[in-house]
Ligand binder design. Structure first.
Ligand code: FES
Length: 218
């Protein structure tokens, strides 16, 4: 047998074997670290900026018009339909406009207490699914998307309830489910007062699940 073949077969002394093992492990570890350093920025670049940093996404907070705010403040036992124009920028795409509407409801202190009692999905054990106050300054703003399969429901004043035209889900003025296949009550959206200006953020929640799962911020 040629001498180089013999050397190839020779596993070496225990010290040589452990040195080789150490070098192999070290190579794998360094390779893994380099892989992570390359992979993490690549993966995060695929996630919209509005999800990573909702407050920095540019235009995610949208102001209420003075007229809408006055209507909301004057409303009693009737939701107010509020339309918004969002300007948002994700990644390297040019800024876009997106128009949405929401339903704003004003509560007296007693109605607010009743809202908190009637919506255990917002104030009970699952309250951490909504990472912001569901009611602010006595107002709650509901997403206009039905939590069943995503149609737009409307307020029916004569029935005094929100009714979805697609499969008949119905909700009370507090967003509590009254009838139909919707797996949860209506989804509240963030609402805030900054220097006298009321603003909201649009959030899309996953449809068709009892749990409230954020899909996107625009
Ligand atoms: S989408 Fe509203 S009830 Fe089905």
């Amino acid at each position: 047998m040629p001498s180089h073949a013999k050397a190839y077969e020779d596993p070496g002394t225990p010290e040589e074997q452990s040195r080789r093992q150490f070098l192999a492990n070290a190579t794998l570890a360094v390779g893994g670290v380099i892989g992570l350093v390359v992979a993490i920025p690549c993966l995060t670049s695929l996630v919209p900026e509005s999800i990573l940093h909702p407050d920095k996404a540019g235009g995610v907070w949208a102001p209420l018009s003075d007229a809408d705010l006055k209507s909301l403040e004057a409303s009693t036992n009737n939701p107010v339909k509020i339309t918004f124009e969002f300007k948002y920028a994700d990644g390297y795409l040019p800024p876009s406009d997106d128009q949405q509407f929401v339903w704003g409801v004003k509560f007296t202190p007693e109605q607010e207490a009743s809202f908190k009692a009637n919506r255990p999905d917002l104030f009970g054990k699952k309250s951490d699914e909504v990472p912001y106050p569901a009611v602010t300054m006595g107002f709650v703003v509901f997403s206009s998307i039905c939590p069943h399969l995503g149609c737009r429901y409307q307020w029916q004043a004569d029935a005094k309830r929100f009714i979805c035209p697609c499969h008949g889900s119905q909700f009370g003025i507090q967003g509590n489910k009254l009838a139909g296949p919707a797996p949860r009550g209506l989804d509240p959206l963030p609402f805030r007062d900054t220097n006298g200006k009321a603003e909201i953020t649009w959030i899309q929640y996953k449809s068709g699940t009892p749990d409230r799962i954020i899909v996107s911020y625009s």
